[in-house]
Design a protein around this ligand. Structure first.
Ligand code: ADP
Ligand code: MG
Length: 610
């Protein structure tokens, strides 16, 4: 047990101060960090109502002596540093002595603690900054802290809180970051980390339900599997590199695991989760050419440096740091990932259509998007059913199990079977259709046009009542982070109107119970993931109208044929046939043109025939 002391004004002034408590998750983060700094082997977190009613953190660490209890709530009182010089060698997660003071100011807090060497512990309460006297407490060694009614005395801040599910999502994220940071080292030889990674048992409960239980012995990879699902943990490559005094370890994901946001790039500096633009850039650069624009790699990276190489005292929530030599670290991260990806020989795999994903840039042909071998596509289509050959949808990936029911309860939007083309159509670059029409030569962007048609179909169906849904006989589990799950479940009603039925399965897993029949053979999983990515990338919850529009165009984009899909003559004819059905066939839902016309007259004039 270390003694707490008030920092001298000289040190206080050097501390990057700021409000640290903005929501329940900030409280959880600070309390977890304190428990880790106290050398705990086990930390239990219990939450009620998204942390608004109760946050309880119980640890078995070094405790606080009875005399120090009032000081714990004093601002700028800490046991973790004493001189300004110490700020440059920080090895603990906390150091400012501000967190308990801020929490005590905006909630009703009970702090009970007993250093293991004492026979009896003590307790104190702090209600909106008002301290009680210290009383004896007969508990087991360690510290138990309860934070009730957060922001009870600051109604304005309380108003900014979102639903318990959303707040719980943020709490899970804070818990996840710490659980990863404290996972055992992945490499036995990595002495620095295995010394620090003590093997910490962590649990998180919400409303008496266990959300995560991570035993001390559970390694990083298993923690990733529990926190993010097997589809992430199964696609990881271990990395390890040294450069001077710096060590980089962790996992990077296969490019196929890409996401719509950079949130799954977890970076830990000396056991602390941080955001860092330079290193984030290094990660993305390393994946350059393997991901489409606007897509982000998934990575879990641990960088260990001598404490004097990194300044953690620059950001109020300590979420950003300053490196002494950030260029060297950029190089370390970039070259380590690049080499690892190269050693997996991923470049060859890029050529296969199965790794293609639609993205905002579709339609702009990129070298990555162009599959060299069209064979798999042509084999996959057209699938035959009792309705005859279906649409020109590629099946990008075998739909994950269980397969959706195949009988459609309403006419599918699939392009109808067409008799051999009445008009002349040829496909160029597997992306454009050139059509001979009365007015001239029409060049169609196949993806943009199909997307537009589907978009309007979905829109019309929705206007004429709820979308027909295709129930999944066995609901399909989709593993997300708890935060993503919570943010997605918030929109459950809107998604239901769009035919996407979801249910909470707990632990970050969402069950997909139905999907819009309209989407035919498109992988429902993939649609849901795209929807989640979209929701997560929004700063604030979108208005219903915006959400609908976004989701409809997302669905249309995913279900539509893509650039790189080779179409049969029948499929081309069907697509061109559908042009007149759409109101605005000139623009895709994102506003890009779907077709360009070179009028016959223009052609003749250019060739000086007229
Ligand atoms: P900081 O962590 O920056 O020092 P805090 O306000 O979070 O500041 O905590 C103040 C002090 O209270 C810490 O320095 C530490 O001595 C003590 N403390 C807080 N939580 C615990 C805990 N769970 N176990 C032991 N000591 C604790
Ligand atoms: Mg602290």
């Amino acid at each position: 047990m270390a003694r707490i002391q008030q920092l001298p004004a000289l040190v206080v002034n050097k501390i990057a101060a700021g409000e640290v408590i903005e929501r329940p998750a900030s409280v959880v983060k600070e309390l977890l960090e304190n428990a880790v700094d106290a050398g705990s082997r086990r930390i239990d977190v219990e939450i009620e109502q998204g942390g608004v009613d109760l946050i309880r953190v119980v640890d078995d660490g070094g405790g606080i002596s009875a005399e120090d209890l009032p000081l714990a709530f004093a601002s700028h009182a800490t046991s973790k540093l004493s001189t300004a010089e110490d700020l440059f060698h920080i090895e603990t997660l906390g150091f400012r002595g501000e967190a308990l003071a801020s929490i005590g100011g905006v909630a009703q807090v009970t702090l009970q603690s007993r250093p293991p060497e004492e026979t009896c512990g003590a307790q104190i309460t702090c209600n909106g900054g008002e301290l009680s006297e210290v009383r004896p407490w007969n508990g087991s060694p360690g510290t138990r802290i309860e934070v009730r009614h957060l922001f009870y005395n600051t109604p304005v801040r309380r108003k900014f809180l979102r639903t318990p599910a959303t707040e719980m999502g943020h709490i899970s994220e804070a818990f996840t970051r710490l659980a990863l940071a404290q996972a055992r080292s992945i490499f036995e030889a990595d002495v620095a980390r295995s010394l620090r990674a003590t093997g910490l048992h962590l649990t998180l409960r919400h409303n008496n339900k266990m959300i995560y239980d991570l035993p001390a012995s559970m390694g990083l990879l298993d923690r990733i599997a529990v926190l993010f699902g097997l589809d992430v943990s199964n696609q990881l490559y271990a990395v390890q590199a040294h450069q001077g005094p710096a060590t980089l370890t962790g996992y990077i994901a296969d490019p196929a695991c890409e996401r719509g946001t950079a949130r799954m790039q977890y970076l830990f500096i000396n056991g602390r989760w941080v955001r860092d633009r330079t290193l984030g850039h290094a990660i993305q650069e390393a994946y350059r050419g393997l991901l489409m624009t606007g897509r982000y790699a998934v990575a879990f990276l641990f960088l260990d440096l001598p404490p004097d190489q990194v300044d953690v005292n620059v950001h109020p929530t300590k979420a950003e740091v300053r490196f002494r030599d950030s260029q060297a670290l950029h190089h370390l991260v970039f070259s380590t990932i690049r080499q690892r990806l190269r050693s997996e020989n991923l470049t060859a795999r890029l050529q296969l259509p199965s790794t293609m994903r639609p993205s905002e840039t579709l339609g702009t042909p990129s070298p990555v998007a162009a599959p060299l071998d069209p064979a798999p596509w042509s084999l996959a289509s057209p699938p035959t059913s009792e309705h005859g050959p279906a649409l020109p949808f590629p099946s990008p990936q075998a739909p994950s199990l269980p397969a959706p029911v195949t009988m459609a309860p309403e006419p599918t939007p699939h392009l109808p079977t067409a008799t051999p083309p009445p008009t002349k159509i040829i496909q160029l670059y597997d992306a454009y259709l050139v059509v001979e029409t009365e007015e001239g030569m029409l060049v169609i962007d196949q993806h943009a046009l199909h997307e537009r048609i589907l978009f309007e179909q979905i829109k019309r169906r929705i206007q004429s009542g709820p979308l027909a849904t295709q129930p999944l006989l066995i609901p399909e589990p989709v593993e997300l982070t708890a935060e993503q799950a919570a943010r997605t479940l918030e929109h459950r009603d809107a998604l239901a109107e769009l035919g996407l039925g979801i249910e909470d399965f707990g632990g970050g897993t969402i069950l997909l119970t139905s999907y819009p029949a309209l989407l035919g053979r498109c992988s429902p999983q993939e649609i849901l993931r795209a929807v989640v990515d979209h929701l997560i990338s929004q700063e604030r919850p979108p208005s219903r109208e915006v959400l609908f529009n976004d989701l409809m165009s997302l669905m249309a984009c995913h279900a539509a044929v893509r650039a790189g899909d080779r179409l049969t003559p029948e499929q081309m004819a069907a697509l061109v046939e559908q042009r007149h059905l759409a109101d605005d066939t000139h623009h895709c839902p994102h506003g890009r043109p779907t077709a360009l016309l070179f009028s016959r007259h223009d052609l003749e004039r250019q060739f000086r025939r007229v």
